[in-house]
Design a protein around this ligand. Structure first.
Ligand code: DX5
Ligand code: ZN
Length: 226
């Protein structure tokens, strides 16, 4: 795989919300490809985070695509409002959705990019029937709900399986990984076939700032051996 095509998606969950515009501006300046926005409802995951007003505010300060990771119980219910606020893409979980195909089609009708997300305990096999309907697959490399958790190494074979399925069924579909991505784990996931890296604490939680952290992460991703 051409490592120069690996994209970085900073997750604002670890940003300093008192300086969010500034930090997102730094990420944009440092070459971020998109901004990852984690939405949690305290029900689908055991944490609450942020919502529609933050997306509307971000839309005014960045031209980067805003991808919305919906960790909420009823994603369909909020798609219109997030779209009106300026979202460009939705990441929807396979887990807990009895009508996933309908949710994916609703996002498409809104004219937005759509991803299916699978949790660490969910096998890659579930992707087979829905790959044709998505623009991107997201493999969670931590259990969703919190930033700054350790990378779960048993997800690496699954990333490889997802890569094989994408190559066979839908070449060109992005493969994103989310959780515990830093300079140590980035080469591992790129070797396994990931093309988009979400990173929160490794970008917004570093002492030397967002620009230096992104540079370090990009260099690490390029160290991958394949
Ligand atoms: C976790 C979120 C992640 C989180 C990643 O539920 O989906 O996007 O922000 O944070 P780090 O990169 O710190 O693991
Ligand atoms: Zn996320």
């Amino acid at each position: 795989m051409d490592k120069s095509i690996v994209k970085l998606a900073p997750s604002i969950l670890s940003a300093d919300f008192a300086h969010l515009g500034k930090q997102v501006g730094e990420a944009e300046q440092a070459g971020a490809d998109r901004i990852h926005v984690d939405v949690m409802d305290g029900h689908f995951v055991p944490n609450i985070s942020l919502g529609i007003p933050i997306v509307a505010s971000l839309r005014r300060v960045t031209r980067l695509p805003l991808e919305i990771h919906l960790m909420i119980s009823d994603p369909d219910f909020f798609l219109d409002e997030f779209t009106e606020a300026g979202s460009d893409a939705f990441l929807v979980h396979w887990e807990g959705n009895n009508n996933l195909h309908r949710t994916l089609q609703r996002v498409k009708v809104l004219g937005k990019r759509v991803s299916v997300v699978i949790n660490p305990a969910t096998p890659a096999a579930v992707l087979e029937e829905i790959l044709q309907d998505v623009d991107q697959v997201v493999v969670m490399t931590v259990n969703p709900g919190f930033g700054h958790q350790p990378f779960i190494h048993t997800t690496l074979p699954k990333i490889r399986r997802a890569r094989q399925m994408i190559d066979q069924i839908k070449p060109g579909c992005d493969l994103e990984v989310d959780g515990g991505i830093d300079a140590t784990t980035a080469p591992l996931v790129v070797d396994a076939g990931a093309t988009v890296l979400v990173a929160g604490s490794a970008i917004f939680g570093e002492n030397d700032g967002v620009v230096a952290a992104m540079k370090r992460l990009r260099a690490a991703a390029h160290q991958a051996t394949t």
